[in-house]
Design a protein around this ligand. Structure first.
Ligand SMILES: [Zn+2]
Length: 159
């Protein structure tokens, strides 16, 4: 009886690699379970695992090295697993940062008279648009308003 796959990676419980398309057991490296965050069942091995990205649908490898980083260095719970490819994870982080900047600045920028400040937020919105095709209509409306305000300021400046 192999305790949760302690002696062989092939005996690891399947839920650890749920929805996985392919597991490369030749890549298996032993984990340091003392560094893991788990309740009952640790991950005794890290194994290169192929998944389909939930965002862009491309296949990607959640590597043994990444798993070691997630579960030993970053303290992620062992039952968590990568859902998205590296590119999409990066895009999501950028998207989140841009959205926070937008939410923080939109009111004051709509009310300001500074064309450059407005332009900076227009650029933020355009980058958000390129990462997220389903932005709320309100954001598109605010982008239009900012564009009109910028044009008005330039007209006044130009005499
Ligand atoms: Zn992806």
């Amino acid at each position: 009886m192999d305790n949760f796959g302690e002696t062989a990676s092939r005996h690891m419980p399947r839920h650890f690699f749920w929805k996985c398309l392919d597991l490369d057991h030749d890549s298996a490296v032993r984990a340091d379970v003392s560094k893991q965050n788990y309740s009952v069942c640790p991950r005794h091995w890290y194994i290169d695992a192929t998944f389909k990205c939930s965002r862009c649908s491309k296949t990607f490898c959640f590597t043994a090295a990444e798993q070691k980083k997630w579960y030993e260095d970053l303290g992620f719970y062992v039952d968590s697993c990568a859902k998205d490819c590296l590119n999409c994870r990066h895009d999501k982080r950028v998207q989140k940062t841009l959205r926070q900047k937008y939410d923080r600045d939109i009111e004051s920028t709509l009310n300001s008279n500074d064309a450059e400040e407005k332009q900076r937020l227009v650029d933020v919105i355009d980058r958000l648009c390129s990462l997220d095709s389903a932005l709320p209509a309100r954001i598109h409306e605010n982008r239009k308003t900012l564009g009109e305000q910028i044009a008005r300021i330039h007209r006044v400046d130009g005499g």
